[in-house]
Design a protein around this ligand. Structure first.
Ligand SMILES: Cc1cc2nc3c(=O)[nH]c(=O)nc-3n(C[C@H](O)[C@H](O)[C@H](O)COP(=O)(O)O)c2cc1C
Length: 179
């Protein structure tokens, strides 16, 4: 069975990302054509990148890198759940990505983003990172505005339209909509 990781990239205390990632996981688990697991960057306790050699050359030395590599190696694809921080992805997510290389290669990724402006600029940033990791990214993208999908910018309450955007275009009730 194809295995897909839902990668939660914010490690911030009180992060909105956890509710979003769990929502994605619940929706994904309605499917029977792949297995889905939540992978939380916060669980790996990464320091700032402390490998002496660039990940693309292999030779990982640190326990957190080896554990992260073992985890990511086991998946065929990824759904990145990312916030937007200063028009890019959170530093914690970029740092985690940078620790390994081969384990990302020749896989596929989709995106769910959130932020004041839906996190769309973070995903555009992430698409460039995907290219360097040899990950094929899909066009469809679920974006969630803090203003409309979160009560008081804090409590995640997705509208039906956003929930709908998690399903493939071909099976959705909004023909022609761009996501
Ligand atoms: C350091 C920082 C920078 C941010 N920059 C942006 C931004 O550039 N654009 C945006 O739409 N939201 C921005 N936000 C709002 C976040 O996207 C929003 O707070 C989101 O909930 C953060 O994700 P988290 O709660 O899972 O950490 C920023 C938040 C933080 C903490």
């Amino acid at each position: 069975m194809t295995k897909i990781a839902i990668i939660l990239g914010s490690t911030r205390p009180g992060r909105n990302g956890e509710a979003v990632a769990r929502w994605v996981l619940d929706a994904a688990r309605q499917r029977t054509d792949a297995d889905f697991e939540l992978v939380d960057v916060a669980d790996f306790d990464f320091p700032l990148l402390d490998e002496p050699v660039p990940a693309s050359m292999g030779g990982y030395t640190k326990p957190h890198t080896l554990s992260w590599a073992d985890t990511i190696r086991g998946f065929d694809g990824f759904i990145f759940v990312t916030a937007e921080y200063n028009h890019g992805i959170p530093g914690a997510l970029k740092n985690a990505i940078d620790f390994i290389y081969a384990e990302w290669n020749n896989k596929a990724a989709g995106f769910v983003s959130y932020g004041s402006a839906g996190g769309v600029r973070a995903v555009e940033h992430l698409r460039g990172v995907m290219a360097e990791l040899q990950i094929a990214d899909v066009r469809a993208h679920v974006f969630l505005s803090l203003a409309t999908e979160f009560e008081n910018y804090k409590v995640f309450t997705p509208t039906p339209e956003r929930a709908d955007s998690l399903t493939p275009v071909s099976t959705r009730s909004l023909p022609g909509a761009r996501h």
